[in-house]
Design a protein around this ligand. Structure first.
Ligand SMILES: [Zn+2]
Length: 271
C-alpha cells in the first residue's frame, strides 16, 4: 500500500473506531507498515480517535523512534512493533477497547469461541486472552507467544489487538471479535453459546489453511518468548481449561482430540 493510501486508511479507521464506540478518551491506536518495510506510520498519543487528521500521523523507525510528525507516539507502540517483527506479512495493527470483548477480559473470562462457523474461517479456532500485565515490556512479553499463532487477541485488562495485511483487514478482525463477544453476551442470558462440533471445526480450520489464511504457527501451542520451539503440556492443559471455562457443555475429550490434530498439522509458510 502506498504511503498516501496508508495514511488515509489510518485516519478513516481511527474515526470509524470512535464512531463504533470502541474507544473513549485517548484509547486505541493504529499503525501501518510503509512499503520500505522497516518504517511505520501511526496515530499520535493523547488524541481522541475522532480527531486524528492526516497531519497528526507520525512516522517511526523499527525501534519506535520518531522520524517525522508533530506529536509523540503512543506507549503501546512496542506491542505493534513486536507484531511487525514476528510477522513480515503484517501491514497493519489496530487496537481498541470495544466494550463487550473488553468486558470478557476484564472479568477474567475467555471469549467463548468457536461457536460460529464463519468466524473460524476468518479468525481460526482460537481467539486467546493474553494475561493481565503491567504496561510496557511485560505487556510485550505477554503478547509475544501469541503473535505467530493468531491474528487477533483479547488482552486482559486492556482490549483487543488485531493485525493483518492492511488496515481494513485488521479493523474487520477487531470488529468480528467484538461482534462475537456481543453475541456470546446475549446468548449468556439464554444459557450460553453452544460450541461447534469438533469435526466441523477441523474442516473449517482446513478450509482456512487451504485458502492461505492461517497464521504461521496457527494451532500450535504457545511458546514462551525466547524459546526456540516445543511446548509444555502444562501450557496446553491450562489453555484448554481456560477455553472450556467459557463454553458451557464443552467436551474436554473432543477438544483434546482436536488439539492433537491441530498440533500434528504441517507448519505452513510464513505469511
Ligand atoms: Zn489499550
Amino acid at each position: 500500500m502506498s504511503e498516501p493510501a496508508l495514511r488515509r486508511a489510518l485516519v478513516d479507521y481511527s474515526r470509524a473506531m470512535h464512531v463504533a464506540g470502541w474507544v473513549a478518551n485517548h484509547d486505541g491506536n493504529l499503525s501501518g507498515r510503509l512499503p520500505a518495510g522497516d518504517r511505520f506510520v501511526c496515530t499520535p498519543t493523547a488524541f481522541s480517535k475522532a480527531d486524528v487528521g492526516l497531519d497528526d500521523l507520525l512516522t517511526v523507525g523499527p525501534d519506535g523512534a520518531r522520524l517525522a510528525g508533530p506529536h509523540k507516539p503512543f506507549s503501546e507502540l512496542a506491542m505493534h512493533l513486536a507484531v511487525y517483527r514476528a510477522r513480515p506479512g503484517v501491514g497493519a495493527v489496530v487496537h481498541a477497547h470495544p466494550p463487550f470483548a473488553t468486558a470478557f477480559g476484564a472479568a477474567g473470562r475467555p471469549l467463548p469461541h468457536p461457536f460460529l462457523p464463519e468466524a473460524v474461517v476468518s479468525l481460526g479456532a482460537e481467539v486467546p486472552t493474553v494475561p493481565l500485565t503491567a504496561p510496557g515490556k511485560p505487556a510485550v512479553d505477554a503478547l509475544a507467544p501469541f503473535i505467530e499463532r493468531v491474528d487477533a487477541v483479547l488482552v486482559a485488562g486492556n482490549g483487543v489487538f488485531a493485525w493483518g495485511p492492511d488496515v481494513e483487514t485488521a479493523y474487520l478482525r477487531l470488529e468480528l471479535v467484538e461482534h462475537m463477544a456481543r453475541i456470546a453476551h446475549a446468548a449468556s442470558a439464554l444459557g450460553g453459546v453452544q460450541p461447534l462440533p469438533a469435526d466441523m471445526v477441523t474442516a473449517l480450520v482446513k478450509r482456512r489453511r487451504d485458502a492461505g489464511l492461517a497464521a504461521p504457527r496457527e494451532g500450535q501451542p504457545a511458546v514462551a518468548a525466547g524459546s526456540a520451539s516445543g511446548s509444555s503440556p502444562d501450557v496446553v492443559a491450562e489453555a484448554t481449561r481456560r477455553a472450556l471455562a467459557g463454553i458451557p457443555g464443552a467436551d474436554p475429550a473432543r477438544v483434546a482430540r482436536l488439539a492433537a490434530e491441530a498440533l500434528s498439522a504441517r507448519r505452513p509458510a510464513r505469511t
